[in-house]
Design a protein around this ligand. Structure first.
Ligand code: FAQ
Length: 310
């Protein structure tokens, strides 16, 4: 390809980005744009599938059949989200097997939040409310991401996540209106999940190595700190409605900023968790590896069937 053509292609790409047009799989794109997308979409997909694990522990112990059915449906949705996202990543020329192998080998990242244990039933409420709540804030902005297949996956995922958040908040409301022990259990779960949920938005803007490029190419549409603040502003009134408290003595409405101020986040904990040293990292990956090995016969059978009948 001559020099002029490659400059033209780049100009056309930048033009589309500037006009808010979507980049589609067959369009020319810079190699770095492709790599950034594969990294982010696959990390997102891994998060969805590993995110099923903290909740699955409570399926057999859900307090009512209604709660059990809702939780089962939610977990099933998360598997579906993983599938949409792996499919979106595959349109960039990488195989799902390779992505999944990197995940199982511990080479690929997934969200910090899924390395914490779900100790009580209240954790299930708080995961739905805070974890899905944080995920939604992030994903709503990603509905406008510049890569078409990712943006379209986000639209569908956001619709389903809304139900997830409501089922979580509904559990929290029931506990908040329950006995003293139930309220304590809820407060304890909030205390443990609050800070990790704030960390889900990633490191502070000044330390976010990908943000600048990612926002220039409109992969990300808002910075980590902007989305974190949005989440806090939206969540504090919900927290107050429950009659609960955040484990943050600095959390306070600031009328001048028009936002809540919040205390310092322990970024050392964040980096440790995403480098594999969180409370459940090893257990989570071990569970996924065993499931993958045990599922080999299903993949073999599906391939044999496809070969015979397609
Ligand atoms: N956890 O330069 P940045 C869900 C890494 S879905 C782990 O700021 P970026 C649904 C980052 O990868 C939750 N690692 O990175 C559900 C990078 O490392 P690398 C997942 C993190 O990409 C609910 C390094 O730190 N959602 O929960 C995290 O510009 C309930 C530097 O960071 C998504 O993935 C983290 N939290 O911004 C399922 C949304 N944050 O790759 C089940 C899509 C940062 O250079 C149950 N992703 N790192 O080795 C994004 O929007 C972005 O990737 C961010 C990070 C905002 C997460």
């Amino acid at each position: 390809m001559d020099q002029t053509t490659s400059i033209d292609l780049e100009k056309r790409f930048e033009g589309k980005i500037a006009q808010e047009l979507k980049i589609e799989p067959k369009d020319w794109m810079p190699e770095e744009y492709r790599r950034m997308l594969i990294r982010q979409i696959s990390q997102h997909a891994h998060s969805e599938v590993i995110g099923m694990l903290p909740e699955k522990n409570w399926l057999t112990r859900a307090p009512t059949l209604r709660r059990k059915m809702a939780l089962l449906a939610k977990i099933q949705d998360e598997a579906g989200h993983g599938l949409y996202l792996y499919s979106a990543a595959e349109t960039l020329g990488v195989s799902r097997e390779q992505l999944y192998r990197d995940f199982l080998d511990g080479k690929a990242k997934y969200s910090n939040i899924f390395n914490y244990p779900a100790l009580t039933w209240a954790d299930i409420g708080v995961i739905g409310w805070l974890v899905d709540g944080a995920a939604i804030i992030n994903q709503v902005s990603l509905q406008r991401t510049s890569y078409g297949p990712y943006a379209r996956a986000m639209v569908r995922i956001c619709k389903e996540e809304n139900f997830h958040q409501r089922q979580g908040y509904s559990i929290c409301l029931t506990l908040a209106r329950g006995s003293k022990e139930q309220r304590q259990m809820l407060q304890d779960a909030i205390n443990r999940w609050w800070w990790p949920a704030l960390m889900m938005f990633g490191p502070p803007d000044a330390e976010s190595k990908h943000s600048q490029k990612s926002m220039k190419w409109k992969i990300k549409r808002a910075s980590n700190d902007t989305l974190r603040q949005k989440f806090i502003d939206q969540t504090v009134p919900q927290l107050e409605y429950l009659g609960m408290k955040a484990p943050d003595p600095h959390l306070k409405w600031n009328p001048e900023r028009g936002h809540y101020d919040y205390g310092p986040i322990d970024w050392e904990e964040f980096w440790n968790v995403i480098r594999g040293k969180g409370p459940c990292n090893k257990e989570r990956l071990r569970t996924k590896r065993v499931a993958y090995e045990k599922g080999q016969w299903v993949r073999d059978a599906a391939i044999a069937y496809a070969k015979k009948y397609n």
